[in-house]
Design a binder for this molecule. Structure first.
Ligand code: PXG
Length: 461
């Protein structure tokens, strides 16, 4: 196979180790092992610098919804660069790509959303959310409504506000987080935290944590509740079916804003344009990123409902924005991407075709001796690896088995992500039936090899 790298892998590894600090990585350990060098992407396939063809089961980082290497995006970007490659959207100015993308988003979003505030990433979107919801209440004469309720083990980004909203303990342990005014409640993770309750009872209990928190903090102090429809980075945590209806009821009874973080679940991942539609909730704000451009260029935003937008009109200046808010080239990439998603009916495809097809095969992996639960909604799925499938007890070692399985998966040329001992997939929405079969074949092989290794180590219970 022809590979596109000019130099041998060792060259990139050495320079990478010397000069490049990687996100969420133990630098010393990573450099001792050496990075994987990815040189090409086409559809659901990646090619590394050794010429290996790898099935991208994670769509990059939950974002490449239309698959890699679509020339339409390159052409749109090229055309836009030739027109105007950068101008800002501050100071009474706009440009056609920002306008066209805003209008296109309005056409696919739920009815209450007619406006968008552009950012450069999901994290910036959630920083925007924090300032926006607090400004909303201040404008209404309720400046004490400041607290934002989020959930433990949620992921909302890596900036100070994003990581504070997120409920990741290892992130809070570094850099003085969380910022004040964030309150975390239980996550609807039945497999790990449901105890003796049935999933349905646990779903109601976890949802009622929200009501109890609002009452304890005081409704006059709480600005908003933020949640992902399905927690992605937390481990594809699909709430019990009782969870979202109970949350919706609690939100109806209480005067706080609801923020649906659609950074992963938006743009077709769950078979609807937005994850909130899949679960029937009615958000006031929706942070978006990732699938907005399928990751071809960095861009994010916050979809703002009429209810919030009308109040912000009374605020006067909203003193917030980024150099790259509405970046024309990123907007052009996003327009071309959304056009592909719409015209190729990728959202419908997840709902009616590849979604059900892959789900059936993925759920059947629950029969494997290493798997305690196999769950999937839309095109995001998880496998819970356990030593004894008759109980939900975990392996000792806090995620070591997940990392072992992930490394074996890489060796088998399938990208799966490990969250503790859960194996995660979130493939591009263009995955074909044959590719889905191949994904399942490689996942099964990986489970078999991991199982054999754990048996050899005497770790299967
Ligand atoms: N919200 C959600 C729900 C996310 O998943 C962000 C916000 C932040 O987006 P940016 O564009 O600032 O990264 C995310 C990002 C992982 C992983 O390991 C997940 C994300 C980012 C990096 C790693 O699963 N999600």
């Amino acid at each position: 196979m022809t590979v596109s790298n000019k130099y041998p892998t060792a060259h990139y590894r050495a320079l990478d180790a010397a000069h490049h600090l990687h996100p969420f990585s133990d630098t010393r350990a990573l450099n001792a092992e050496g990075t994987r060098v990815i040189v090409k992407g086409e559809g659901v396939w990646l090619t590394d610098s050794e010429g290996n063809r790898i099935l991208d089961g994670m769509a990059g980082l939950w974002c490449v919804n239309i698959g890699h290497g679509r020339p339409e995006i390159a052409e749109a970007v090229n055309r836009q660069m030739a027109e105007i490659s950068y101008y800002n959207t501050f100071f009474k100015t706009t440009h056609p790509p920002a306008v066209d993308l805003a209008a296109l988003l309005q056409s696919v979003a739920p009815a209450q959303f007619n406006r968008v505030f552009f950012t450069g990433s999901g994290s910036e979107s959630n920083d925007t959310v924090v300032r926006m919801v607090r400004t909303y209440w201040a404008t209404l004469g309720k400046p004490d409504k400041q607290i934002i309720i989020a959930r433990r083990n949620a992921y909302h980004g890596s900036t100070m506000a994003g990581a504070s909203l997120g409920g990741m303990k290892p992130m809070h342990a570094q850099g003085g987080l969380p910022i004040p005014g964030i309150h975390h409640i239980a996550q609807p993770y039945w497999f790990d935290e449901g105890g003796e309750m049935s999933p349905d009872d646990f779903g109601v209990w976890a949802a009622e944590e929200l009501g109890r928190a609002i009452d304890a903090l005081g409704e006059d102090k709480v600005a908003a509740f933020i949640a992902e429809p399905i927690q992605g980075a937390g481990g594809v945590i699909i709430p019990p079916r009782t969870y979202w209806p109970t949350v919706a009821r609690i939100l109806k009874e209480r005067d706080i804003l609801f923020v649906s973080d659609e950074v992963i679940c938006g743009f077709g991942r769950l078979g609807r344009w937005f994850g909130s539609e899949h679960f029937g909730t009615e958000p006031d704000l929706m942070p978006i990123a990732k699938g907005l451009s399928s990751g071809y260029l960095p861009i994010g935003g916050v979809m703002v409902s009429d209810k919030v937008a009308h109040v912000l009109e009374e605020t006067g200046d909203f003193n917030h924005g980024f150099t790259y808010s509405g970046h024309p080239v990123a907007c052009a990439a996003a327009i071309a991407n959304l056009t592909i998603i719409r015209d190729e009916k990728l959202v419908e495809r997840v709902a009616d075709d590849i979604g059900p097809y892959l789900q059936a095969k993925w759920r059947a992996l629950a029969d494997h001796p290493l798997v305690g639960e196999a769950r999937m909604e839309g095109l995001m799925g998880a496998l819970e690896l356990v030593p004894d499938k008759r109980s939900r007890r975990r392996f000792e070692g806090d995620g070591k088995v997940g990392l072992l399985c992930r490394d074996i998966s890489f060796r088998n040329n399938l990208v799966m992500r490990a969250t503790r001992d859960s194996m995660i997939i979130s493939p591009p929405l263009v995955l074909s039936h044959d590719e889905a079969d191949e994904l399942i074949r490689l996942a099964t092989l990986t489970l078999d090899q991991t199982h054999a290794e754990l048996k050899r180590q005497g770790l299967m219970g």
